[in-house]
Design a protein around this ligand. Sequence first.
Ligand code: SAM
Length: 255
Amino acid sequence: MNIDQFKDWVHKDFGIYLFAYKENQLNRRILSLMSRVGAKDLDEYVKLLKTDSNQRQKFLDFITINVTEFFRNPELFDELKKELQAYLDAHRNGIKIWSAACSIGAEPYSLAIILDNLKNSDKNTIIASDIDSTILERAKKGEFTDAEIKNVEASYLKKYFEAKNDKYTIDTRIKNMITFRKHDLILDDYEKGFDLIVCRNVVIYFNQDIKEKIYEKFSSSLNRGGLLFVGATESIYNCKEFGFEKASTFIYRKL
Ligand SMILES: C[S@@+](CC[C@H](N)C(=O)[O-])C[C@H]1O[C@@H](n2cnc3c(N)ncnc32)[C@H](O)[C@@H]1O
């Protein structure tokens, strides 16, 4: 089996479209994972993945990379707060937010905390999605480690978390602000009518073609004036081509 045949098999078996990922980086990662589990070629590795559920989960975790934390790059979240405040002043009947590729939920919960503090309306909607159902189950639990909450300021920690046995559990009211659902940014349709889309630290793994398609789809999913918040290494240099203007370093406004 060659690497393209392997990707075909993964698409059929796991529903993950590896052809969209940056080729060299992905191939390197697969080889390194194979050598870690002692598989000498792709055929042997597929045999393992077909029979060993632990290895399947390991492969999925390895491909999806779900590292995250609350208020990741806090200074950028401060920028977002400013932009959001201005947006909310002009939209007093509630807004619709999408945290795409949300991992264990630290990102949508950070957004819910910000909204709760801006106190504009209780009619806001936050949708949070990820390709990985296992991780969404963890997100729904709302339990976090020390490392994941390290950027949460003390007053928020007190107000929104319960600390018990080295775990920090998010407040039920904040939890209830979010609807979690499975969504694949590459293969699934995108809902429309969003005021803010947050998509951070996932498109870096995709090839240029796929990345551009995703920006086009985000643009059509946003209302005019709506915001797109991207990761700290994910500047969109040709943002005008997708109908955006730059609102702040990593925030784009739909024209
Ligand atoms: C590094 S985490 C980013 C989490 C969060 N956005 C942040 O910046 O902290 C990347 C997430 O993207 C998800 N992911 C990978 N491929 C995806 C796809 N095709 N569609 C949706 N989510 C995907 C992974 O499961 C993982 O949870």
